[in-house]
Design a binder for this molecule. Structure first.
Ligand code: ZN
Ligand code: ZN
Length: 265
């Protein structure tokens, strides 16, 4: 308890949010050096101080306290703080993406979320998955959209990958390598990129989004996998070969294919 008061009086970056009557659950709000708030919940179990307390923080990496019976709450605070600081680059990178681009998923990213799906244009987006320990390295990238739009982006990524500069932010690197500008938040609305499924007229179907897009450049209508699967299955003219179903787009009647990757339904 004395430790707790010491921290609260010493650090202007730590605030007590909650403590229960037994002083066994302590909830703190900690601010990192970039001004981001983090909620830390410390539970001192029955074995305390011989057993390490539980410490919950929303982090993209595993975290546990290194503990001896001499470890006090001040040490816990310091350990959490140094972990938060070690992730500064990761969060700075994602904060820049969240403020400057249209992030389609996750809808409300938590501090542990390493993935972002970013709108590039109408029905085209890139999904990146960042390594929290190496936020300046080229992340895993996946594109979503019609083939004729996605293929040139994949080609750019492959041919320009040597231009990746770890000293430049991720967003700038993506712009340079893909030779694109991300749609700005000031000119466009999120609904400009989140087009509803052409079959069920909804955006979300359970948790799925319309990620199958008609390849015809004039149509480019998106569909949910499950909706398109049902539609194509109901067509007498459609056929399946291995894991690909061939049929016609419900909108423009041009040929459309559906790859059954991992059956999401
Ligand atoms: Zn649908
Ligand atoms: Zn179509």
């Amino acid at each position: 308890m004395c430790d707790l008061l010491t921290i609260l009086s010493l650090s202007p970056y730590c605030r007590l949010l909650f403590v229960d009557n037994e002083f066994s659950t302590i909830k703190l709000k900690m601010e990192d050096s970039s001004g981001r708030d983090h909620v830390v919940v410390v539970r001192l179990g029955a074995g305390y101080p011989y057993k390490a307390p539980d410490c919950c923080v929303d982090l993209p990496v595993a975290f546990s306290i290194s503990w001896t019976p001499q470890t006090n709450i001040q040490d816990i605070y310091n350990q959490v703080l140094s972990t938060l600081e070690s992730l500064k680059g990761f969060w700075d990178t994602l904060d820049e993406i969240d403020t400057k681009t249209w992030v389609l998923e996750p809808e409300k990213p938590t501090r542990s979320a390493t993935m972002r799906r970013i709108a590039i244009g109408n029905n085209v987006s890139i999904t990146i998955d960042l390594d929290p320990r190496h936020p300046n390295m080229l992340p895993e990238c996946y594109f979503l959209g019609a083939d004729h739009v996605v293929q040139p982006l994949k080609d750019k990524l492959n041919s320009n990958v040597h231009l990746w500069d770890p000293d430049v932010g991720l967003l700038q690197n993506l712009k340079d390598i893909l030779e694109i500008d991300f749609p700005s938040k000031s000119d466009l609305k999120k609904s400009d990129f989140t087009m509803d499924c052409g079959i069920c007229y909804a955006y979300r179907l359970d948790s799925a989004i319309p990620d199958q897009v008609c390849d015809d450049p004039h149509c480019a209508q998106p569909f949910h996998q499950a909706c398109l699967y049902e539609w194509l299955n109901g067509l007498p003219s459609s056929r399946q070969s291995f894991n690909i179903i061939y049929g016609e787009c419900p909108y423009c009647t041009k040929p459309i294919t559906l790859k059954l990757l991992n059956k999401p339904f």
